[in-house]
Design a binder for this molecule. Structure first.
Ligand SMILES: Nc1ncnc2c1ncn2[C@@H]1O[C@H](COP(=O)(O)OP(=O)(O)OP(=O)(O)O)[C@@H](O)[C@H]1O
Length: 231
């Protein structure tokens, strides 16, 4: 579904991604792992078109999307939940969700109702301001805002960062449900190992901007964890 080939990226003179290849198969849940500062967020932002890349290809459903603007990538079926959620604190929950709806040409009311059915708490809080929600509720809002345009690929950057364990469990359940029931393909960055092992089918490890290990999740050995993930 998504195929990144030989991508290099620089912040000014600093070479951040080195010849990165990353394949995300249709129907998989792929977890991108690595210590802090290894380039995970940079890679996701490059896939979303929020950062330019110096070289390489980014193919989505077989089409090179490098020259397609970020908002059009959303319309092509790529949903993105950024690190830190980036909801609008002064807007209501419903207004935040409606911001995701603009890329849909039809079925807006139905899409909103589907998100409310997935996250009943958002319906209860529809008129509250985004900034008044708890961290876990804000994460659900950020995921809901990406789901309103029915993505086929959902990209999540550290969805469990800074939220309570019971909500972490719920977000894991949700990802598994979306993947199993609707066939949604998921690419996520997650540092929490038990979460990654529970939710993902595939892993990729970035170390200093290079992919150093990859495979099916049972192949994520203690040795790999020790060498590339523990601090
Ligand atoms: N806007 C920027 N300008 C310059 N350097 C940056 C910028 N954003 C990130 N970097 C640097 O690029 C490298 C990769 O950062 P990135 O945020 O992609 O890592 P990460 O693996 O997602 O880490 P984390 O888990 O901490 O979010 C780091 O050395 C970081 O300091």
């Amino acid at each position: 579904m998504l195929s990144v080939k030989g991508v290099n990226q620089f912040y000014g003179g600093s070479h951040t991604l080195w010849d990165v290849d990353l394949d995300v198969a249709t129907g998989s849940v792929t977890c991108l792992m690595g210590r802090n500062g290894m380039g995970k967020t940079t890679l996701l932002r490059a896939v979303m078109g929020l950062l330019p890349v110096a070289s390489g290809e980014i193919l989505y459903e077989g089409r090179d999307i490098r020259r397609i603007a970020a908002d059009r990538r959303a319309g092509m079926g790529i949903g993105y939940v950024p690190q830190g959620r980036e909801i609008f604190p002064q807007l209501t929950v419903e207004e935040n969700l409606r911001l995701g709806l603009y890329v849909r040409k039809s079925g807006q009311a139905e899409a909103l109702e589907r998100v409310y059915a997935t996250f009943p708490v958002l319906k209860q809080m529809a008129r509250r301001r985004g900034g008044d929600l708890s961290g876990g509720q804000q994460q659900q809002l950020a995921i809901g805002r990406a789901l309103v345009y029915d993505p086929r690929l959902l990209i999540l950057d550290e969805p469990c960062e800074g939220i309570q364990p019971n909500i972490v469990q719920e977000i894991g359940d949700l990802i598994l449900r979306l993947n199993q029931d609707t066939g949604l393909t998921v690419l996520l960055v997650e540092q929490k190992l038990p979460f990654a092992r529970r939710v993902a089918s595939e892993f990729r490890i970035l170390d200093k901007g290079r992919v150093v290990a990859q495979g099916a999740i049972p192949a994520l050995s203690d040795d790999l964890v020790k060498h590339h993930l523990t601090v």
